[in-house]
Design a protein around this ligand. Structure first.
Ligand SMILES: Nc1ncnc2c1ncn2[C@@H]1O[C@H](COP(=O)(O)OP(=O)(O)O)[C@@H](O)[C@H]1O
Ligand SMILES: [Mg+2]
Length: 350
């Protein structure tokens, strides 16, 4: 891998003040058009080390897919500097295509009318994968993603979860060092999500594949990524440990206490505040970073405490709060783009 020799392992993906501006022409009336500039990605900087698995999250329209598209070379940045494995993606898209894999959850790289195996055969040739390696990778992926019964089935007949597993295999046949996943679990049922997550975890730990994962589903992040980046209105508003999000979002834990009988709200001063009372049960919110022990001790000393439990903060609420504090309301996923669109994979003449 001579071309990789100069690439820093700690900055395998390098994004330096990258911007993407779209000029959108909108019809506003008869013969009237308005030019609107959309700053989809606004001076973003980060690096990803080889072997890292990073979550990339944010509300709809925040700029996640645009970032991924620039990292694959599909889109050219309007400003800033971008390198993946030492390659400038938009200038050498074809060369980069041999080193990266991409999965767009809302599209497919598979040929809709062909049996799954035919898509793989086409990729074998398109990516010029050596025969031995192709067969070895195919066998492994078919086993890990449980695809053997599906290989002869036309893609159009696959369920969403089956198709997603098929797409993930397609993205990995050529042994890419980096895998970008844009909403890979969107629309999947719980069981399919679990399988995809389990596979990604194995891929990352056993093969050291660098993974950048965009998702609406915070459980994906909680189960897979120790590092998370939050993007909002094209700007990176958080980059760090998942645990740190709680602090950044000033999140709270909840102490649930069962008292011997129905009582007025427990008073423990500044330490916590009662947020709900239901018969003898009361819910107290306290800072996530604080220890619950003194709080529990105090309640036990002053009230007839029967039972208790502590609830961890909901990460979804933490992020919502964080976005509110930067002046933006979080959104519910609504961008169901056409899921039947087929995109032809990259190495061609682009
Ligand atoms: N090809 C395009 N032309 C014009 N505007 C676009 C284009 N692609 C994305 N946008 C706009 O850029 C912003 C970011 O979009 P996107 O990266 O798809 O967000 P996300 O993936 O986080 O939901 C949105 O306002 C979107 O409408
Ligand atoms: Mg998107």
């Amino acid at each position: 891998m001579s071309e990789g020799a100069t690439v820093s392992e700690s900055a395998f993906i390098e994004v330096d003040r990258v911007e993407k501006v779209f000029d959108v022409r909108r019809r506003t009336g008869f013969l009237r058009r308005e030019l609107r500039r959309v700053r989809a990605v606004d001076s973003i900087s980060f690096t990803v080390a080889r072997g890292e698995m990073v979550g990339y999250i944010g509300p709809n329209g925040a700029g996640k897919s645009t970032t991924i598209k620039m990292l694959t070379g599909i889109l050219t940045p309007s400003g800033g500097r971008l390198r993946v494995a030492g390659i400038d993606p938009s200038r050498e898209r074809t060369r980069l295509a041999h080193r990266i894999g991409v999965v767009f959850g809302q599209r497919t790289t598979l040929w809709w009318d062909l049996p799954l195996i035919d898509s793989y055969r086409l990729m074998h040739r398109m990516y010029r994968i050596p025969d031995g390696r192709y067969r070895e990778n195919l066998d492994r992926l078919v086993e890990l993603l449980d695809l053997s019964a599906l290989l002869e089935v036309p893609v159009r007949q696959l369920s969403l979860g089956q198709r997603m597993r098929g797409d993930i295999a397609a993205a990995l046949l050529h042994d890419p060092e980096v895998l970008y996943l844009d909403e890979p679990t969107i629309g999947l049922d719980v069981v399919s999500k679990g399988r995809v997550r389990e596979f990604l975890r194995e891929l990352n730990t056993e093969r050291g594949t660098t993974v950048l994962l965009t998702t609406h589903d915070l459980q994906d992040i909680e189960q897979l990524c120790s590092r998370v980046m939050v993007i909002d209105h094209g700007r990176l508003v958080y980059d760090g440990a998942l645990a740190g999000l709680h602090e950044a979002g000033e999140s709270e834990r909840t102490l649930v206490v069962d008292l011997a009988r129905e009582l007025p709200p427990v008073d423990v001063g500044e330490a916590a505040r009662v947020v709900k009372v239901d018969g003898p049960r009361q819910w107290l919110a306290f800072p996530a970073a604080a220890s619950a022990a003194p709080l529990v001790a105090r309640i036990a000393a002053e009230y007839p405490l029967v039972d208790l439990s502590v609830r961890e903060p909901d990460i979804e609420a933490v992020i919502a709060k964080m976005l509110y504090s930067t002046g933006d309301a979080p959104q519910v996923p609504s961008d169901r783009e056409a899921s039947r669109e087929t995109v032809v994979p990259a190495p061609g003449n682009s």
